[in-house]
Design a binder for this molecule. Structure first.
Ligand SMILES: [Mn+2]
Length: 283
């Protein structure tokens, strides 16, 4: 039979074994606290499928995925609706991969998954710096009575990080209280500040969490809580390219919700960003 079932379930060229890989791709398909349009649990596989439309070579970076050692190890099995258990599974698995000395690329899922991921990271890297690219601050203390939600995730993550270790870029939506807190904690940065904050964090391990809703909905309509007035693709990429050379130990790409973009424009955007981030942060 001339059928190849292999290619549909891996990100393009991510064909190394776990043991030989330097960078691991893993999916965390959980969307149990999505406050508006759920569906992000379908994102990892949609990104994998659509990635085959891309070239393995990046003309911007002059690098090729074929020269790297990347393993796509599939998705975590997470119980829908049980966030405590899902976060525990994410934390344990990420801790294992981090202890194995690999760079980790996590595909959400909604933004709450980042809480489990950071719990897995801070045990080995207590000095971790977090760069959040997001339309929202995600700094609520609770949402509809819940302390663990995709709209409170950065507030919970703050409790795991050292003081002044959170950098937020792109927020254009949040409550008055959230913005007051962000200003008090001095977490907000603009593109022009990157050169100076790079200097501050260059000797530390860094994790990047990319909430795709930082992009304008005209570029990425397939997301749970779209917010007008966002970045265009090249502006976001210029920011990410500036992180080259930093000690990035892991990153995630969250909040793609494929059912809300039947044309798959959003998934292609996500896949291309993932390709570029792999090429930049692969050791
Ligand atoms: Mn978010």
């Amino acid at each position: 039979m001339n059928i190849n079932l292999e290619w549909t379930n891996r990100f393009i060229e991510a064909e190394s074994s776990y043991d030989e890989a330097k960078l691991i791709i893993i999916g965390a398909p959980f969307d149990g606290t999505s406050s508006f349009r759920s569906g992000s649990r379908f994102a990892p596989n949609r990104i994998r499928e659509i990635s085959w439309v891309l070239e393995t070579y990046s003309p911007q970076l002059k690098k090729d995925l074929t020269d790297l050692k990347v393993a796509d190890i599939g998705d975590l099995i997470l119980p829908p609706g049980d966030k405590k258990k899902a976060l525990m599974i994410i934390e344990e698995e990420i801790e294992t991969i981090v202890n194995d000395g690999r760079i980790v690329a996590i595909l959400g899922g909604e933004h709450l998954i980042t809480l489990g991921v950071i719990k897995g990271f801070v045990k080995k890297f207590p000095e971790l710096f977090l760069i959040q690219l997001d339309a929202h601050l995600d700094l609520r203390d609770e949402y509809l009575g819940e302390r663990e939600s995709h709209s409170t995730v950065m507030r919970r993550v703050l409790e795991l990080l050292k003081e002044n270790h959170l950098f937020q870029i792109g927020p254009r939506s949040g409550t008055k209280e959230e913005f007051l807190l962000a200003n008090r904690l001095n977490t907000l940065f603009q593109e022009k500040d990157i050169i100076s904050f790079k200097e501050r964090i260059k000797d530390f391990p860094i994790y990047i969490t990319l909430d795709l809703d930082i992009l304008d909905p005209s570029i990425l309509p397939g997301t749970g809580t779209p917010e007008p007035g966002g970045f265009d693709f090249n502006t976001l990429m210029d920011i990410i390219y500036q992180f080259k050379g930093l000690n990035v130990v892991g990153f995630d790409i969250v909040e793609l919700s494929p059912p809300w973009d039947r044309a798959d424009i959003s998934a292609i955007v996500a896949a291309k960003i993932l390709r570029e981030m792999i090429l930049i942060f692969h050791p």
